[in-house]
Design a protein around this ligand. Structure first.
Ligand code: ZN
Length: 164
């Protein structure tokens, strides 16, 4: 018995009709997406994309972190990425709570001190988005090699609006 039995059962069903084997790992639509881990975001569907089309990097807030840049550099040079979308979203906890508030809430849940844990909270979501897009555009290994855009995804309407 595993804590994951339900998921493994679902996976066996998935594998029964699996017809995507032998596929390469490139971004077939030339798209890379950096977005939030939020469960309200369905990254492929919201862009009309399908399996195999895009490289997707997710973290709290949809931030262009050093790890996101690693992924984008690999994407642009080795995985056919030609366009990069940076997509934070409305009603994101990372842009509405304070660092102190998140630490307090996590500390309360954990029952131990969480004051040492950083969460990378954003106080100015649009300003941060422009800064994050600039990090991609000015990266020496990306620069002009890919088109880069910054967007906000509205979790209540499903609409993307471009801001950078
Ligand atoms: Zn979020």
């Amino acid at each position: 018995m595993s804590d994951f039995d339900d998921l493994l059962a679902a996976n066996r069903e998935f594998a029964d009709s699996f017809d995507l084997g032998g596929f390469d790992g490139k971004a077939h639509a030339g798209i890379a997406l950096v977005t939030c881990m939020d469960s309200r975001i369905d990254p492929l569907r919201m862009l009309g994309l399908k399996h195999g089309d895009a490289k997707i990097f997710r973290n709290p807030g949809g931030r262009v972190t050093p790890q996101a840049l690693e992924a984008l550099v690999l994407g642009v040079h080795l995985l056919n990425v030609q366009r990069v979308l940076v997509v934070p979203h409305t009603r994101c906890a990372m842009a509405s709570a304070s660092e102190a508030d998140l630490r307090a809430r996590v500390g309360e849940s954990a029952g131990v001190d969480a004051s040492w844990q950083s969460f990378g909270v954003v106080t100015d979501q649009l300003g941060q988005l422009r800064e994050d897009v600039d990090k991609v555009r000015t990266h020496p290994l990306i620069g002009e090699r890919a088109k880069v855009g910054g967007f906000i995804y509205d979790v209540d309407t499903g609409l993307l609006t471009q801001h950078a």
